[in-house]
Write a protein that binds this ligand. Structure first.
Ligand SMILES: [Zn+2]
Length: 234
């Protein structure tokens, strides 16, 4: 209350209607000023990480991952950084570290066990949980598979990140601790429905997906890789 009073006392009210300001700029908000500010801060020569979208998962999931990469999701650490000081920032799932986006979705022991089972199912190497979310997305989008299978893997990765977040919310807001096995089943089912509905592989069976045996449905892509690899050998 004292802080609030202090803040209010430094404010002077003026006559006239309200106006918008951009950060500490003295003049009124304009899009042009925002553009100038952004232009000054961007290093156009640095190689930017380009986030690839994937239309086999919902826009909501992809959008979430895109924001999580930049730590722009409502994790305890992000909320503290936005000025909510009273918040306990320790991860509610493991109690062992601060709850950042990278922690919830990658480093937390719950996330790590989930990634072990997911990568095992996809038959790809285990992801580096000490790295960043960007590293994870780059690693998994570059695995040696046909284009179609790679896209399917990427869809699963995005789905996994989204479901890890949903599971975290269940714990934080409802006190319900999810089970890794249930989470895995949820990931398999949601990604299966996504690929079946949104890709051209509508004939994909649940069994093929659960075994991650995509050869039959993704045969054209496999042949493309066969040719590419033949060329690169010589
Ligand atoms: Zn944790």
């Amino acid at each position: 209350m004292e802080n609030l009073k202090g803040c209010l006392q430094t404010q002077a009210t003026v006559q006239g209607s309200d106006v918008w300001y951009w950060k500490n700029e003295q003049q009124e908000f304009s899009v042009k000023d925002v553009k100038t500010t952004l232009g000054q801060q961007l290093d156009l020569n640095s190689a930017a990480y380009v986030f690839s979208w994937n239309n086999w998962v919902t826009g909501k999931c992809t959008m979430f991952v895109w924001r999580a990469i930049e730590e722009k999701i409502a994790s305890a650490v992000a909320l503290r950084n936005r000025g909510i000081n009273s918040l306990d920032t320790v991860c509610k799932t493991c109690g062992a570290a601060e709850e950042s986006a990278a922690h919830i979705l990658l480093r937390c022991n719950f996330a790590e066990r989930t990634w072990e089972l997911v990568t095992n199912w996809l038959k790809i190497p285990m992801v580096n949980v000490e790295g960043s979310l960007t590293d994870l997305l780059v690693e998994t989008s570059e695995v040696q598979r046909s284009k179609g299978v790679r896209k399917a893997i990427y869809a699963v990765i995005i789905q996994t990140i989204w479901i890890l977040w949903k599971t975290r919310n269940e714990k934080v807001f409802k006190g319900r601790q999810g089970k890794v096995q249930t989470v895995i089943e949820e990931i398999k089912e949601a990604s299966y429905l996504g690929v079946k509905l949104r890709s051209k592989h509508g004939s994909l069976t649940r069994q093929e997906w659960w075994d991650f045996n995509l050869m039959a449905g993704f045969v054209l892509d496999v042949m493309t890789v066969f040719f590419n690899e033949s060329f690169s050998c010589h």
